[in-house]
Design a protein around this ligand. Structure first.
Ligand code: NAP
Length: 288
């Protein structure tokens, strides 16, 4: 029987750390869907052919994680609008015989913000995004799509410039700018939204050296790092009265459209789901 149930997977290398099986497994169980979600550790050399043979291998689709997101972008038959804009694919599914690649990180970022602070975008005009890596690409795309001006601040200025140039092909051209860390204090003073999209502040990494007193009083602070569950940035922001948005919600929300593609039901991000993932983070890392 098991070969007839819909099966999805997460493909990465390494992949054992992924929380996607727990997340999708929770939805399969609570929604009563006869399906499965597996971990597949696949090397860079083997990934393109594994992906091209996903359906013959028994999968209806899957997630792609480090280091395969760009390879997946190249290997799919076509991409959705977000994946095309971001340049990376984190979710694949079939439409008839075509393997389609999408990117749900921008959706996850914005949905969690919408759920946490309804109508935030009605007053937010200027965002500062720290970082210019894969996650920052998705976030910059999400914020430009919502009409904000986005200042990208990165340790390696050339990477921030490359990201700003990447999004400059379309109507968002004039709304993205690149800056070195030295410009941060001045940018913070007029920001409506600050997003940490670097790995700084994550357990085991360097601390994020940022003075929240430089922020405008009404600014929203969003940290996409979710280990620890409450980062030093979020704690400092809350202590000064800022509205703070955490990274775990982004992780949960980005999984929603993928599950809907594979299993035909749109799941909800619930407190119960959040509790399951929080417990796993605490158990595996001892993080508070
Ligand atoms: P990435 O592509 O490796 O980019 C890392 C970014 O952090 C770069 O901008 C890098 O700057 C910066 N950085 C790293 N170490 C630094 C340091 N010591 N000083 C200053 N800047 C530093 O990683 P990513 O995939 O974008 O992920 C970034 C973080 O977001 C990770 O912690 C990841 O776990 C988290 N994330 C969360 C979610 C979620 O759903 N909540 C989703 C995706 C990612 P340079 O360019 O100068 O190297």
């Amino acid at each position: 029987m098991s070969e007839t149930i819909p099966k999805a997977c997460v493909m990465g290398h390494p992949v054992a750390q992924s929380r996607s099986p727990l997340l999708h497994g929770h939805w399969l169980k609570t929604l009563g869907i006869a399906g499965a979600y597996e971990l597949v550790d696949v090397s860079e050399a083997d990934f393109p052919s594994f992906l091209r043979n996903l359906r013959p291998n028994g999968f209806v689709g899957g997630n792609i994680t480090v280091p395969h997101k760009e390879a997946a972008f190249r290997a799919v038959d076509r991409r959705d609008e977000a994946a095309s804009a971001i340049g990376a694919v984190n979710t694949v599914w079939y439409e008839d015989a075509s393997l389609v690649g999408g990117n749900t990180d921008a959706y996850g970022f914005a949905s969690h913000l919408d759920a946490s602070i309804p109508r935030w975008h009605e007053t937010a005009r200027r965002a500062v995004v720290l970082g210019a890596g894969g996650a920052a690409r998705a976030i910059v795309h999400a914020l430009l799509s919502r009409g904000l001006q986005v200042a990208i601040v990165n340790r390696t200025l050339a990477r921030a410039e490359a990201l700003a140039a990447h999004v400059s092909g379309g109507p968002s051209a004039a709304r993205a700018s690149a800056h070195a860390p030295g410009a941060l204090d001045a940018l913070l003073a007029s920001a409506d939204l600050l997003v940490n999209a670097t790995s700084l502040g994550m357990a085991g990494k360097d601390a994020l050296d940022l003075d929240v007193s430089r922020l405008a009083p009404g600014a929203i602070v969003y940290d996409i790092v979710y280990v620890p569950l409450e980062t030093a940035l979020l704690r400092a922001a809350r202590a000064r009265g800022h509205r703070a948005v955490d990274g775990l919600g982004m992780l949960l929300h980005q999984a929603v459209p993928a599950f809907a593609r594979w299993f035909g039901v749109t799941p909800a991000v619930t407190p119960a789901l959040r509790a399951v993932i929080e417990a796993d983070i605490r158990a595996r890392t001892g993080a508070a």
